[in-house]
Write a protein that binds this ligand. Structure first.
Ligand SMILES: Nc1ncnc2c1ncn2[C@@H]1O[C@H](COP(=O)(O)OP(=O)(O)OP(=O)(O)O)[C@@H](O)[C@H]1O
Ligand SMILES: [Mg+2]
Length: 434
Protein backbone atom coordinates (compact mmCIF):
# COMPACT_ATOMS: atom_id res chain seq x y z
CA UNK A 1 0.00 0.00 0.00
CA UNK A 2 2.89 2.33 0.77
CA UNK A 3 4.57 1.52 -2.53
CA UNK A 4 2.27 3.25 -5.04
CA UNK A 5 1.64 6.26 -2.75
CA UNK A 6 5.35 7.02 -2.44
CA UNK A 7 5.75 6.41 -6.14
CA UNK A 8 2.92 8.77 -7.07
CA UNK A 9 4.39 11.48 -4.89
CA UNK A 10 7.81 11.07 -6.48
CA UNK A 11 6.38 11.13 -9.98
CA UNK A 12 4.25 14.17 -9.19
CA UNK A 13 7.32 15.93 -7.79
CA UNK A 14 9.36 14.98 -10.87
CA UNK A 15 6.77 16.30 -13.26
CA UNK A 16 5.99 19.33 -11.20
CA UNK A 17 9.62 20.35 -10.98
CA UNK A 18 9.32 22.34 -14.22
CA UNK A 19 11.57 25.30 -14.92
CA UNK A 20 10.28 28.19 -12.82
CA UNK A 21 10.58 30.56 -15.75
CA UNK A 22 8.00 28.69 -17.80
CA UNK A 23 4.43 29.87 -17.56
CA UNK A 24 1.16 29.71 -19.41
CA UNK A 25 1.10 27.63 -22.58
CA UNK A 26 4.80 26.73 -22.43
CA UNK A 27 4.34 25.50 -18.90
CA UNK A 28 1.36 23.28 -19.80
CA UNK A 29 3.27 21.91 -22.81
CA UNK A 30 6.13 20.90 -20.58
CA UNK A 31 3.75 19.24 -18.09
CA UNK A 32 2.09 17.27 -20.90
CA UNK A 33 5.44 16.04 -22.20
CA UNK A 34 6.60 15.01 -18.75
CA UNK A 35 3.30 13.27 -18.00
CA UNK A 36 3.82 11.06 -21.07
CA UNK A 37 7.41 10.34 -20.12
CA UNK A 38 6.92 9.66 -16.41
CA UNK A 39 3.70 7.68 -16.73
CA UNK A 40 5.17 5.88 -19.76
CA UNK A 41 2.02 6.36 -21.85
CA UNK A 42 1.83 6.86 -25.61
CA UNK A 43 -0.74 9.64 -25.65
CA UNK A 44 -1.44 12.69 -23.50
CA UNK A 45 -4.08 15.20 -24.46
CA UNK A 46 -5.34 18.46 -22.99
CA UNK A 47 -8.36 20.10 -24.52
CA UNK A 48 -11.25 22.39 -23.79
CA UNK A 49 -14.97 22.11 -24.13
CA UNK A 50 -15.94 24.00 -27.31
CA UNK A 51 -18.25 26.92 -26.50
CA UNK A 52 -19.19 25.32 -23.17
CA UNK A 53 -21.82 23.15 -24.85
CA UNK A 54 -20.44 19.77 -23.78
CA UNK A 55 -20.78 18.40 -27.30
CA UNK A 56 -17.25 18.65 -28.70
CA UNK A 57 -13.68 19.11 -27.57
CA UNK A 58 -10.87 21.11 -29.12
CA UNK A 59 -7.45 19.75 -28.19
CA UNK A 60 -4.87 22.36 -27.24
CA UNK A 61 -1.97 19.94 -26.60
CA UNK A 62 -1.80 16.58 -28.28
CA UNK A 63 1.26 14.49 -27.49
CA UNK A 64 1.58 11.24 -29.38
CA UNK A 65 4.48 8.83 -29.64
CA UNK A 66 7.06 11.18 -28.13
CA UNK A 67 6.07 14.37 -29.94
CA UNK A 68 3.42 17.02 -30.21
CA UNK A 69 1.08 16.59 -33.17
CA UNK A 70 -1.57 18.77 -34.81
CA UNK A 71 -4.57 19.57 -32.66
CA UNK A 72 -8.03 18.25 -33.53
CA UNK A 73 -11.68 18.91 -32.76
CA UNK A 74 -13.81 15.86 -32.07
CA UNK A 75 -17.42 15.13 -31.20
CA UNK A 76 -17.86 13.81 -27.72
CA UNK A 77 -20.71 11.46 -28.38
CA UNK A 78 -19.68 7.83 -28.25
CA UNK A 79 -16.24 8.57 -26.76
CA UNK A 80 -14.96 7.97 -23.24
CA UNK A 81 -14.51 11.74 -22.92
CA UNK A 82 -18.28 12.21 -22.63
CA UNK A 83 -18.11 10.42 -19.33
CA UNK A 84 -15.20 12.57 -18.21
CA UNK A 85 -17.02 15.77 -18.99
CA UNK A 86 -20.09 14.50 -17.17
CA UNK A 87 -18.26 13.84 -13.94
CA UNK A 88 -15.92 15.85 -11.81
CA UNK A 89 -13.34 13.17 -11.05
CA UNK A 90 -11.07 10.74 -12.81
CA UNK A 91 -12.69 8.37 -15.26
CA UNK A 92 -10.76 5.25 -16.17
CA UNK A 93 -10.88 2.35 -18.62
CA UNK A 94 -7.79 0.35 -17.74
CA UNK A 95 -8.12 -2.05 -20.70
CA UNK A 96 -10.18 -2.81 -23.78
CA UNK A 97 -11.60 0.68 -23.99
CA UNK A 98 -12.49 0.21 -27.66
CA UNK A 99 -14.98 -2.50 -26.74
CA UNK A 100 -16.93 -0.03 -24.68
CA UNK A 101 -16.85 2.71 -27.33
CA UNK A 102 -17.08 0.85 -30.62
CA UNK A 103 -18.00 3.99 -32.55
CA UNK A 104 -14.95 5.98 -31.47
CA UNK A 105 -12.86 6.04 -34.64
CA UNK A 106 -9.96 7.84 -33.03
CA UNK A 107 -9.51 5.07 -30.45
CA UNK A 108 -9.36 2.61 -33.33
CA UNK A 109 -6.97 4.66 -35.47
CA UNK A 110 -4.58 5.12 -32.59
CA UNK A 111 -5.02 1.53 -31.39
CA UNK A 112 -5.84 2.72 -27.90
CA UNK A 113 -6.21 0.04 -25.24
CA UNK A 114 -6.49 2.04 -22.01
CA UNK A 115 -7.86 5.47 -21.19
CA UNK A 116 -7.90 7.77 -18.18
CA UNK A 117 -9.33 11.26 -18.14
CA UNK A 118 -10.03 13.96 -15.57
CA UNK A 119 -11.95 17.19 -16.06
CA UNK A 120 -10.97 20.61 -14.86
CA UNK A 121 -13.46 23.28 -13.97
CA UNK A 122 -14.19 26.98 -14.17
CA UNK A 123 -14.23 28.85 -10.87
CA UNK A 124 -18.03 28.80 -11.09
CA UNK A 125 -17.98 24.97 -11.18
CA UNK A 126 -18.74 24.69 -14.91
CA UNK A 127 -16.62 22.40 -17.09
CA UNK A 128 -13.60 24.02 -18.68
CA UNK A 129 -11.58 21.18 -20.19
CA UNK A 130 -9.97 17.81 -19.66
CA UNK A 131 -6.67 15.99 -19.32
CA UNK A 132 -6.50 12.53 -20.89
CA UNK A 133 -3.84 9.85 -20.96
CA UNK A 134 -4.13 6.87 -23.32
CA UNK A 135 -1.92 3.91 -24.10
CA UNK A 136 -1.82 0.98 -26.47
CA UNK A 137 -1.38 -1.31 -23.47
CA UNK A 138 -3.53 -1.81 -20.38
CA UNK A 139 -2.89 0.62 -17.54
CA UNK A 140 -1.05 -1.17 -14.78
CA UNK A 141 -0.66 1.01 -11.76
CA UNK A 142 -4.11 2.53 -11.54
CA UNK A 143 -3.71 4.20 -8.14
CA UNK A 144 -0.58 5.95 -9.29
CA UNK A 145 -2.08 7.06 -12.58
CA UNK A 146 -5.24 8.25 -10.86
CA UNK A 147 -3.30 10.30 -8.32
CA UNK A 148 -1.07 11.87 -10.98
CA UNK A 149 -3.85 12.61 -13.50
CA UNK A 150 -6.11 14.06 -10.84
CA UNK A 151 -3.36 16.27 -9.50
CA UNK A 152 -2.27 17.59 -12.89
CA UNK A 153 -5.79 18.08 -14.18
CA UNK A 154 -6.29 20.42 -11.24
CA UNK A 155 -2.93 22.12 -11.88
CA UNK A 156 -3.55 22.55 -15.61
CA UNK A 157 -7.06 23.82 -14.84
CA UNK A 158 -5.57 26.51 -12.61
CA UNK A 159 -3.22 27.53 -15.43
CA UNK A 160 -6.12 27.67 -17.92
CA UNK A 161 -8.07 29.89 -15.55
CA UNK A 162 -5.04 32.13 -15.05
CA UNK A 163 -4.58 32.45 -18.84
CA UNK A 164 -8.29 33.20 -19.17
CA UNK A 165 -8.09 35.90 -16.52
CA UNK A 166 -5.01 37.38 -18.20
CA UNK A 167 -6.78 37.40 -21.53
CA UNK A 168 -9.90 39.09 -20.19
CA UNK A 169 -7.70 41.61 -18.35
CA UNK A 170 -5.85 42.29 -21.58
CA UNK A 171 -9.14 42.69 -23.38
CA UNK A 172 -10.61 45.01 -20.78
CA UNK A 173 -7.34 47.01 -20.82
CA UNK A 174 -7.68 47.28 -24.56
CA UNK A 175 -11.30 48.40 -24.17
CA UNK A 176 -10.23 50.88 -21.53
CA UNK A 177 -7.44 52.24 -23.73
CA UNK A 178 -9.91 52.67 -26.57
CA UNK A 179 -12.32 54.43 -24.24
CA UNK A 180 -9.59 56.72 -22.87
CA UNK A 181 -8.48 57.46 -26.41
CA UNK A 182 -12.01 58.38 -27.51
CA UNK A 183 -12.61 60.47 -24.40
CA UNK A 184 -9.27 62.24 -24.78
CA UNK A 185 -10.10 63.11 -28.37
CA UNK A 186 -13.51 64.39 -27.25
CA UNK A 187 -11.89 66.45 -24.50
CA UNK A 188 -9.31 67.90 -26.86
CA UNK A 189 -12.00 68.99 -29.30
CA UNK A 190 -14.11 70.39 -26.46
CA UNK A 191 -11.06 72.22 -25.14
CA UNK A 192 -10.38 73.58 -28.63
CA UNK A 193 -13.95 74.82 -28.89
CA UNK A 194 -13.71 76.35 -25.41
CA UNK A 195 -10.48 78.10 -26.41
CA UNK A 196 -12.07 79.45 -29.58
CA UNK A 197 -15.03 80.63 -27.49
CA UNK A 198 -12.72 82.27 -24.96
CA UNK A 199 -10.71 84.02 -27.67
CA UNK A 200 -13.89 85.26 -29.31
CA UNK A 201 -15.24 86.54 -26.01
CA UNK A 202 -11.85 88.01 -25.21
CA UNK A 203 -11.79 89.91 -28.50
CA UNK A 204 -15.38 91.07 -27.96
CA UNK A 205 -14.52 92.25 -24.47
CA UNK A 206 -11.41 94.14 -25.47
CA UNK A 207 -13.08 95.75 -28.45
CA UNK A 208 -15.99 97.03 -26.42
CA UNK A 209 -14.17 100.12 -25.11
CA UNK A 210 -12.70 101.46 -28.35
CA UNK A 211 -15.98 100.73 -30.15
CA UNK A 212 -17.95 102.63 -27.53
CA UNK A 213 -15.62 105.58 -27.97
CA UNK A 214 -16.01 105.43 -31.75
CA UNK A 215 -19.82 105.20 -31.50
CA UNK A 216 -20.05 108.09 -29.01
CA UNK A 217 -17.64 110.12 -31.14
CA UNK A 218 -19.66 109.69 -34.32
CA UNK A 219 -22.83 110.66 -32.44
CA UNK A 220 -21.06 113.81 -31.29
CA UNK A 221 -20.05 114.62 -34.87
CA UNK A 222 -23.68 114.45 -35.95
CA UNK A 223 -24.45 117.32 -33.58
CA UNK A 224 -24.57 120.50 -35.69
CA UNK A 225 -23.69 122.72 -32.70
CA UNK A 226 -20.27 121.19 -32.28
CA UNK A 227 -17.37 123.64 -32.52
CA UNK A 228 -14.67 123.20 -35.17
CA UNK A 229 -12.13 122.53 -32.46
CA UNK A 230 -14.24 119.79 -30.87
CA UNK A 231 -14.97 118.31 -34.31
CA UNK A 232 -11.26 117.99 -35.09
CA UNK A 233 -10.55 116.59 -31.64
CA UNK A 234 -13.37 114.02 -31.96
CA UNK A 235 -12.22 112.95 -35.40
CA UNK A 236 -8.71 112.34 -34.09
CA UNK A 237 -10.17 110.36 -31.21
CA UNK A 238 -12.24 108.20 -33.56
CA UNK A 239 -9.22 107.56 -35.74
CA UNK A 240 -7.01 106.71 -32.73
CA UNK A 241 -9.52 104.23 -31.38
CA UNK A 242 -10.08 102.65 -34.77
CA UNK A 243 -6.35 102.00 -34.86
CA UNK A 244 -6.53 100.75 -31.33
CA UNK A 245 -9.28 98.25 -32.16
CA UNK A 246 -7.12 96.98 -34.98
CA UNK A 247 -4.15 96.66 -32.64
CA UNK A 248 -6.26 94.71 -30.16
CA UNK A 249 -7.32 92.18 -32.78
CA UNK A 250 -3.73 91.73 -33.93
CA UNK A 251 -2.48 91.19 -30.40
CA UNK A 252 -5.31 88.79 -29.48
CA UNK A 253 -4.68 86.76 -32.62
CA UNK A 254 -1.02 86.61 -31.73
CA UNK A 255 -1.95 85.30 -28.30
CA UNK A 256 -4.23 82.72 -29.88
CA UNK A 257 -1.30 81.57 -31.98
CA UNK A 258 0.81 81.51 -28.80
CA UNK A 259 3.01 84.32 -30.11
CA UNK A 260 3.10 85.92 -26.71
CA UNK A 261 5.30 88.91 -26.08
CA UNK A 262 8.65 87.68 -24.94
CA UNK A 263 10.50 90.98 -24.99
CA UNK A 264 10.01 93.71 -22.49
CA UNK A 265 9.98 97.43 -23.11
CA UNK A 266 10.15 100.42 -20.83
CA UNK A 267 6.80 102.08 -20.34
CA UNK A 268 5.82 105.25 -18.57
CA UNK A 269 3.21 103.98 -16.09
CA UNK A 270 2.15 107.50 -15.08
CA UNK A 271 1.41 108.39 -18.70
CA UNK A 272 -0.38 105.08 -19.36
CA UNK A 273 -2.64 105.60 -16.36
CA UNK A 274 -3.40 109.24 -17.21
CA UNK A 275 -4.11 108.32 -20.78
CA UNK A 276 -6.40 105.44 -19.76
CA UNK A 277 -8.37 107.79 -17.53
CA UNK A 278 -8.62 110.57 -20.14
CA UNK A 279 -9.76 108.16 -22.81
CA UNK A 280 -12.31 106.64 -20.53
CA UNK A 281 -13.67 109.88 -19.15
CA UNK A 282 -14.01 111.51 -22.55
CA UNK A 283 -16.04 108.57 -23.79
CA UNK A 284 -18.30 108.52 -20.73
CA UNK A 285 -21.80 109.37 -21.90
CA UNK A 286 -23.64 109.24 -18.56
CA UNK A 287 -24.02 113.02 -18.33
CA UNK A 288 -25.53 113.00 -14.85
CA UNK A 289 -22.62 111.00 -13.49
CA UNK A 290 -20.13 113.12 -15.41
CA UNK A 291 -21.50 116.25 -13.74
CA UNK A 292 -21.71 114.92 -10.21
CA UNK A 293 -18.53 112.87 -10.16
CA UNK A 294 -15.73 114.02 -7.93
CA UNK A 295 -12.42 112.93 -9.36
CA UNK A 296 -9.42 112.73 -7.10
CA UNK A 297 -6.57 111.97 -9.37
CA UNK A 298 -3.14 111.88 -7.87
CA UNK A 299 -0.56 110.74 -10.36
CA UNK A 300 2.36 112.81 -9.26
CA UNK A 301 5.05 110.19 -9.14
CA UNK A 302 6.59 109.59 -12.51
CA UNK A 303 7.48 105.92 -12.73
CA UNK A 304 8.61 103.60 -15.42
CA UNK A 305 8.22 99.86 -15.55
CA UNK A 306 9.51 97.17 -17.81
CA UNK A 307 6.43 95.62 -19.36
CA UNK A 308 5.87 92.68 -21.66
CA UNK A 309 2.72 93.99 -23.33
CA UNK A 310 2.17 97.71 -22.88
CA UNK A 311 -1.24 97.97 -24.62
CA UNK A 312 -2.48 95.08 -22.47
CA UNK A 313 -1.55 96.96 -19.28
CA UNK A 314 -3.30 100.08 -20.50
CA UNK A 315 -6.39 97.96 -21.10
CA UNK A 316 -6.10 96.70 -17.52
CA UNK A 317 -6.29 100.30 -16.26
CA UNK A 318 -9.27 101.04 -18.51
CA UNK A 319 -11.08 97.91 -17.29
CA UNK A 320 -10.57 98.74 -13.65
CA UNK A 321 -11.74 102.34 -14.16
CA UNK A 322 -14.69 101.05 -16.19
CA UNK A 323 -15.74 98.77 -13.31
CA UNK A 324 -15.44 101.63 -10.81
CA UNK A 325 -17.49 104.05 -12.92
CA UNK A 326 -20.13 101.39 -13.53
CA UNK A 327 -20.44 100.84 -9.76
CA UNK A 328 -20.76 104.60 -9.21
CA UNK A 329 -23.43 104.91 -11.90
CA UNK A 330 -25.36 102.00 -10.39
CA UNK A 331 -25.36 103.60 -6.99
CA UNK A 332 -26.32 106.98 -8.40
CA UNK A 333 -29.31 105.37 -10.11
CA UNK A 334 -30.56 104.15 -6.74
CA UNK A 335 -29.73 107.30 -4.72
CA UNK A 336 -30.71 110.37 -6.65
CA UNK A 337 -30.08 112.74 -3.77
CA UNK A 338 -27.64 112.79 -0.92
CA UNK A 339 -25.01 110.79 -2.77
CA UNK A 340 -21.84 112.12 -4.30
CA UNK A 341 -20.01 109.64 -6.56
CA UNK A 342 -16.29 109.74 -5.98
CA UNK A 343 -13.45 108.21 -7.93
CA UNK A 344 -9.88 108.21 -6.64
CA UNK A 345 -6.94 107.22 -8.77
CA UNK A 346 -3.53 107.25 -7.20
CA UNK A 347 -0.08 106.29 -8.36
CA UNK A 348 2.67 105.98 -5.78
CA UNK A 349 6.13 104.49 -5.65
CA UNK A 350 7.80 102.55 -2.87
CA UNK A 351 10.55 99.93 -2.58
CA UNK A 352 11.10 99.41 -6.32
CA UNK A 353 7.40 98.94 -6.90
CA UNK A 354 4.72 101.28 -8.12
CA UNK A 355 1.26 101.08 -6.71
CA UNK A 356 -1.90 101.99 -8.62
CA UNK A 357 -4.95 102.45 -6.45
CA UNK A 358 -8.41 102.85 -7.98
CA UNK A 359 -11.11 103.48 -5.40
CA UNK A 360 -14.80 104.21 -5.84
CA UNK A 361 -17.64 104.75 -3.40
CA UNK A 362 -20.10 102.85 -5.58
CA UNK A 363 -22.26 99.81 -4.89
CA UNK A 364 -19.37 97.71 -3.60
CA UNK A 365 -19.09 93.93 -3.64
CA UNK A 366 -20.80 91.59 -1.14
CA UNK A 367 -18.12 89.93 1.04
CA UNK A 368 -19.08 86.39 -0.04
CA UNK A 369 -18.56 87.35 -3.71
CA UNK A 370 -15.26 89.13 -3.28
CA UNK A 371 -13.09 86.08 -3.88
CA UNK A 372 -14.96 85.30 -7.12
CA UNK A 373 -14.63 88.62 -8.93
CA UNK A 374 -11.41 87.62 -10.71
CA UNK A 375 -12.88 84.31 -11.90
CA UNK A 376 -13.29 83.82 -15.62
CA UNK A 377 -16.82 84.86 -16.72
CA UNK A 378 -17.91 86.02 -13.28
CA UNK A 379 -20.17 89.00 -13.80
CA UNK A 380 -23.17 90.59 -12.10
CA UNK A 381 -23.88 92.80 -15.08
CA UNK A 382 -26.65 92.24 -17.61
CA UNK A 383 -25.71 90.88 -21.06
CA UNK A 384 -24.29 93.68 -23.14
CA UNK A 385 -22.81 95.44 -20.09
CA UNK A 386 -20.26 92.81 -19.06
CA UNK A 387 -18.85 89.42 -19.89
CA UNK A 388 -16.90 88.85 -16.69
CA UNK A 389 -13.46 88.83 -18.29
CA UNK A 390 -12.14 92.26 -17.28
CA UNK A 391 -10.59 91.35 -13.94
CA UNK A 392 -9.63 87.85 -15.04
CA UNK A 393 -7.62 89.22 -17.97
CA UNK A 394 -6.29 92.05 -15.80
CA UNK A 395 -4.96 89.70 -13.13
CA UNK A 396 -3.23 87.53 -15.73
CA UNK A 397 -1.62 90.49 -17.47
CA UNK A 398 -0.42 91.98 -14.21
CA UNK A 399 0.97 88.68 -12.96
CA UNK A 400 2.73 88.11 -16.29
CA UNK A 401 4.55 91.35 -15.53
CA UNK A 402 5.59 90.10 -12.04
CA UNK A 403 2.99 92.28 -10.36
CA UNK A 404 -0.10 91.72 -8.25
CA UNK A 405 -3.75 92.76 -8.30
CA UNK A 406 -5.84 92.84 -5.11
CA UNK A 407 -9.40 93.93 -4.45
CA UNK A 408 -10.94 95.12 -1.25
CA UNK A 409 -14.55 96.15 -0.90
CA UNK A 410 -17.47 96.75 1.43
CA UNK A 411 -20.94 96.36 0.03
CA UNK A 412 -22.63 99.72 -0.60
CA UNK A 413 -19.58 101.64 0.63
CA UNK A 414 -16.48 101.29 -1.51
CA UNK A 415 -14.32 99.14 -3.77
CA UNK A 416 -10.59 99.52 -3.98
CA UNK A 417 -8.37 97.83 -6.54
CA UNK A 418 -4.65 97.87 -5.82
CA UNK A 419 -2.22 96.96 -8.56
CA UNK A 420 1.51 96.68 -7.92
CA UNK A 421 4.22 96.41 -10.53
CA UNK A 422 8.00 96.33 -10.27
CA UNK A 423 9.13 99.77 -11.41
CA UNK A 424 11.71 102.54 -11.17
CA UNK A 425 11.30 106.28 -10.73
CA UNK A 426 11.72 108.14 -13.95
CA UNK A 427 14.70 110.12 -12.66
CA UNK A 428 16.33 106.89 -11.52
CA UNK A 429 16.01 105.33 -14.92
CA UNK A 430 19.58 106.12 -15.86
CA UNK A 431 20.87 104.22 -12.85
CA UNK A 432 19.17 101.05 -13.94
CA UNK A 433 21.10 98.65 -16.04
CA UNK A 434 19.45 95.35 -16.80
N1 LIG B 1 -15.48 98.60 -8.66
C1 LIG B 1 -16.39 97.64 -8.53
N2 LIG B 1 -17.48 97.83 -7.77
C2 LIG B 1 -18.43 96.88 -7.62
N3 LIG B 1 -18.35 95.66 -8.22
C3 LIG B 1 -17.27 95.40 -8.98
C4 LIG B 1 -16.24 96.36 -9.18
N4 LIG B 1 -15.31 95.82 -9.97
C5 LIG B 1 -15.74 94.58 -10.27
N5 LIG B 1 -16.91 94.31 -9.68
C6 LIG B 1 -17.69 93.06 -9.73
O1 LIG B 1 -16.87 92.06 -10.31
C7 LIG B 1 -17.49 91.51 -11.46
C8 LIG B 1 -16.43 91.07 -12.43
O2 LIG B 1 -15.74 92.15 -12.96
P1 LIG B 1 -15.03 92.02 -14.35
O3 LIG B 1 -14.41 93.32 -14.69
O4 LIG B 1 -14.15 90.83 -14.33
O5 LIG B 1 -16.23 91.67 -15.34
P2 LIG B 1 -17.42 92.63 -15.80
O6 LIG B 1 -17.06 94.04 -15.54
O7 LIG B 1 -18.67 92.11 -15.22
O8 LIG B 1 -17.44 92.33 -17.36
P3 LIG B 1 -16.30 92.82 -18.40
O9 LIG B 1 -15.23 93.49 -17.65
O10 LIG B 1 -15.86 91.51 -19.01
O11 LIG B 1 -16.99 93.69 -19.36
C9 LIG B 1 -18.42 92.58 -11.92
O12 LIG B 1 -19.50 92.08 -12.69
C10 LIG B 1 -18.92 93.19 -10.62
O13 LIG B 1 -19.91 92.40 -10.04
MG1 LIG C 1 -15.14 94.82 -16.09
Amino acid sequence: MNGPAVNALEIIRDIYNVDQLLSGKEYIRELVKRLAQKLKVKFVMVGHDVEGKGTSVQTDYLFADGKFVDNVVYELEGTPCTKVLCGTRVNCYSAKVQDQFPNDQMLKDLEVESYMGAPFLHTNGGLLGLLVIMDDRPLEDLDLATAVVEFFAARIGAEYRRLDAEESLRRSNEDLEKLVDTRTKQLISQEKLATIGRITLGIAHELKNPLNIIINGTELLQDSDISEQDRARTQTMIHQHGLRANEIITSMLKQARQEVHTTEEWADVSRLLKHAFDVFFKSLNDIELKLKLIKKISITTEVKAQLFDVPAIERVFINVIDNAVYALAEKLQKNKSGYTPELQIELSFKNSRCQIRVRDNGIGIPSDQLKRVCDEFYTTKPPGDGIGLGLWVAKQNIEKNRGSLKIDSRENEYTEVVIELPAVRRDAEVEVSI
